[in-house]
Design a protein around this ligand. Sequence first.
Ligand SMILES: *[C@@H]1O[C@H](CO)[C@@H](O)[C@H](O)[C@H]1NC(C)=O
Ligand SMILES: *[C@@H]1O[C@H](CO)[C@@H](O)[C@H](O)[C@H]1NC(C)=O
Ligand SMILES: *[C@@H]1O[C@H](CO)[C@@H](O)[C@H](O)[C@H]1NC(C)=O
Ligand SMILES: *[C@@H]1O[C@H](CO)[C@@H](O)[C@H](O)[C@H]1NC(C)=O
Ligand SMILES: *[C@@H]1O[C@H](CO)[C@@H](O)[C@H](O)[C@H]1NC(C)=O
Ligand SMILES: *[C@@H]1O[C@H](CO)[C@@H](O)[C@H](O)[C@H]1NC(C)=O
Length: 371
Amino acid sequence: MLKRTLLSLLFPLALGKPVEGDQSQKRYAIMDNDWGNAGFVPFLLALDGGMEVLALVSDTANSWQPQTAMHALSSLEAGNLSCIPVYAGATWPLINTPHRFQAWESIHGKLPWEGAFAPENQTAEAQGNDPTSGDPNRIVKAALKEGVPKTTVNNSTSAANFMVETVHKYPGQVSIYSAGALTNVALAVRMDPNFASLAKELVIMGGYVDGNMMRATGNYLVADINSDINLMIDPEAAKIALNADFPSIIIAGNVANQVMATKEYLDEVYQVKNRYTELFHKYQSLDFPFWDETAAALMVDPSISRNHSTVYIDVDVAYGSPSYGNIQVYQKSLAPVGLRNVTYVNEIDGAKLKDMMKHAMQHPKSCSDIK
Ligand SMILES: *[C@@H]1O[C@H](CO)[C@@H](O)[C@H](O)[C@H]1NC(C)=O
Ligand SMILES: *[C@@H]1O[C@H](CO)[C@@H](O)[C@H](O)[C@H]1NC(C)=O
Ligand SMILES: *[C@@H]1O[C@H](CO)[C@@H](O)[C@H](O)[C@H]1NC(C)=O
Ligand SMILES: *[C@@H]1O[C@H](CO)[C@@H](O)[C@H](O)[C@H]1NC(C)=O
Ligand SMILES: *[C@@H]1O[C@H](CO)[C@@H](O)[C@H](O)[C@H]1NC(C)=O
Ligand SMILES: *[C@@H]1O[C@H](CO)[C@@H](O)[C@H](O)[C@H]1NC(C)=O
């Protein structure tokens, strides 16, 4: 920042414009997700917004980590973006397992979307569903509808270690984006006491509040989109990550349900034909809102937030609790000791999100643009 100020004083005409070659102005992202068939929009948004995506990282949430890493690789291949490496995250949550989760459900009720912890179903896998329960290391090729990757993960180091090393390399410049479980982020936080404070920010998708009545009175789909699988897969990791001293934490929770996919929008994006618009048109479900895209857009351009609350945050880690893995929010004067404040976004400019997504997909950056 100091360097920027000095430059601005010396070259007042350059004010407001990043100086060519000034690396201290650069924004970097490491994007951690449970990647899927049409999961590329978040990294396309980051690239389109001028961020350098240093790596994609895989985690276990909708499916097991080895499978989501395959989706990450093939999503990059689809646009000649394999110069971006993929690091494999942790396959297992810190302590949770399918058995432990299913035992919790037998007491507290079934979650409409169980992600990787749904019972194994080979019929569903043969029909193209990602693997759930069973052997976490199996790859279900039928579910890699966007293509079976030819590239492989960079297994020279772990995802958590890559995150730690990277924030030391570019202190204050690396956004950690997480739209699946927070396992890798929690591991990085525990491995290095300076990790969180050296990052620029943590931006997550997940962390719904006050969804109970909606889950009770809405149909199955409404119950589904108001249940918090990203945090519930690994509640302990979510607590570690959300209590860590990142300079800023931005939460796309309830707001992630604001902008729904529609047929009209999918058709509009597909007016320009390329591999990404084609995959988006084919595989973006019309039942779901733009969850991970909302979080990515908030990272790229926080000004799309129309309304946010600053709240102190915790994650319920009591296994015996019906809200195990869900967040609790507090105002400062009533918050228990040890919690920190976060930016909880309540509303975004939905039209702007759609414009950003459309531009990122219709004009995707490829390795020749970014290197
Ligand atoms: C990717 O590279 C291949 C071969 O070089 C080329 O044919 C294709 O048009 C490229 N695709 C994109 C999306 O840039
Ligand atoms: C397994 O998946 C198939 C195909 O989606 C579905 O019809 C069936 O009900 C599932 N079985 C169970 C036990 O959920
Ligand atoms: C894998 O990542 C390491 C850094 O973690 C890097 O030094 C190496 O060049 C990468 N390997 C490949 C094949 O890209
Ligand atoms: C890394 O991955 C490559 C190819 O996927 C494999 O041949 C190699 O054994 C792996 N190395 C380690 C240490 O797992
Ligand atoms: C901002 O969001 C909060 C929480 O949803 C709501 O109570 C408040 O009325 C909103 N403020 C404005 C100006 O829309
Ligand atoms: C959030 O917490 C930080 C660190 O304690 C503090 O500096 C900041 O003023 C707080 N923000 C708000 C809006 O309360």
